[in-house]
Write a protein that binds this ligand. Structure first.
Ligand code: S3P
Length: 427
């Protein structure tokens, strides 16, 4: 299916984006391992997080889902049951990798697999450290899904992460819950720290010393209720739309602004964006409302430690760069090649289709912005973030565009097009 999109002259109004995907996954996983009941409000009802729920139900965890909340009846650290069938993780890298860390320490065997995209994504990065802990894991061709995990006893390790990946860090820490002795991971650059924050909230000892994070395996985890803030990765589409369209002003409510996730705000501000943080609040996870107004953007250089802090926002940042004056260089972002699609190749091809001056590099993109772009038939590569980024691009192109496979946005933002349509009509 293709969805036709037309340019708009401005966007004004208020948006509440759906719950944070990373925090929603972790609330179900840690809720399942805790003693007691976890009530999760603001849970992201996207396909990825529903995959996490489905996997834990297959391991005997009772999870009630209603419009208002998700209630996880914790099984305790040693209460998961052997699944009678394969654990299917859909399109979700977070489900696959974090779950693998948990499964490595269970007294039963399991098999994990996902969709065509998941079957191409590198799993050697988790297999290797988990094996060092004593885990018995095999992947297809050594490095790919399906993954087969058999019972084993684990010991804590000290592991220097070869990539700044929160999925890898979290997989090791979650395996560490079931290991003898402490587990330490050392990050090359700070990645999102939702696992560490939530583990501490459940009573576990997670200490940070510079770039080293050490978990001491707890006796038990105590369930606490979780309020999931809005996902800054979803807010990013509206931030960029509000910036590149003239005469626009948007308020995005209840956005999670954990400092390990706010690289997008820093990068856009470096490009000249007018973004204000209002009503800052939140305890375990900081939250605020964001006000964005149309701005004359200019090019910038994005690389180094900021990359893990905005990794999922780079596709839409490339759209902002295409409408900014001058050159934007994105480097150190080779991880983009192993996301739901090769996001360097995808964004380079799709922005070029609209007439942008863009070149893909080994580790990023060089975009010379400022020329008018024209509508085109955009390809989403079955990747939710490419579909949403090109939908934002289409708003500022001359002439009509189309997006193929628009339904893939349901991975992280099922109501994305409805919300965009509502704003376009200033409702
Ligand atoms: C995530 C971590 C990031 C991110 C993904 C969600 C998480 O991946 O791209 O969408 O929830 O831990 P990496 O940590 O592998 O870069």
């Amino acid at each position: 299916m293709h969805l036709t999109r037309f340019p708009v002259s401005s966007l004004r109004g208020t948006v509440t984006v759906p719950g944070d995907k990373s925090i929603s996954h972790r609330a179900v996983m840690l809720g399942a391992l805790a003693e007691g009941t976890t009530r999760i409000t603001g849970f992201l009802m996207g396909e990825d997080c529903l995959s996490t729920i489905s996997c834990f139900r297959k391991m005997g965890v009772e999870i009630d889902v209603s419009d208002e909340q998700v209630v996880v009846h914790g099984a305790g650290l040693h209460g998961l049951r052997a699944p009678s069938e394969l654990l299917y993780t859909g399109n979700s890298g977070t489900t696959t990798r974090l779950l693998c860390g948990i499964l490595a320490g269970q007294p039963f065997s399991s098999v994990l697999n996902g969709d065509a995209s998941i079957q191409k994504r590198p799993m050697g990065r988790i297999i290797q450290p988990l094996r060092q802990m004593g885990a018995d894991i095999d992947g297809k061709d050594g490095n790919l899904c399906p993954l087969t995990i058999r019972p084993a006893s684990l010991s804590g390790i000290r592991y220097v992460l070869p990539v700044a990946s929160a999925q890898l860090k979290s997989a090791i820490l979650l395996a560490g819950l079931f290991a003898d002795g402490q587990t330490t991971v050392i990050e090359p650059a700070p990645s999102r720290d939702h696992t560490e924050r939530m583990l501490r909230g459940l009573g576990a000892s997670v200490e940070t010393d510079g770039s080293a994070i050490t978990l001491t395996p707890p006796e038990t985890l105590r369930a606490v209720d979780v309020e999931v803030p809005g996902d800054i990765s979803s807010a990013a589409y509206f931030l960029v739309a509000g910036l590149i369209l003239p005469d626009s002003e948007l308020i995005i409510r209840n956005v999670g602004v954990n400092p390990t996730r706010t690289g997008i705000l820093d990068a856009l501000e470096a490009m000249g964006a007018d973004i204000e943080r209002l009503n800052e609040r939140g305890e375990v996870e900081p939250i605020c409302d964001l006000r964005v107004r149309s701005s004359r953007l200019h090019g910038t250089e994005i690389g180094g430690d900021i990359i893990p802090r905005l990794i999922d926002e780079l596709p839409v940042l490339a759209v902002a760069a295409a409408f900014a004056e001058g050159e934007t260089v994105i480097r150190d972002a080779q991880e983009l090649k192993v996301k739901e699609s090769d996001r360097i190749a995808a964004m380079t091809a799709e922005l070029a289709r609209a007439g942008a001056d863009v070149r893909g590099t080994e580790d990023g993109m060089i975009i010379r912005g400022g020329r008018p772009l024209h509508g085109a038939d955009f390809c989403s590569y079955a990747d939710h973030r490419i579909a949403m980024s090109m939908a934002i691009c289409a708003l500022a192109c001359e002439g009509a565009s189309s997006i193929d496979d628009p339904a893939c946005v349901a991975i992280s933002y099922p109501a994305f097009f409805d919300t965009l349509d509502r704003l376009q009509h200033n409702e």
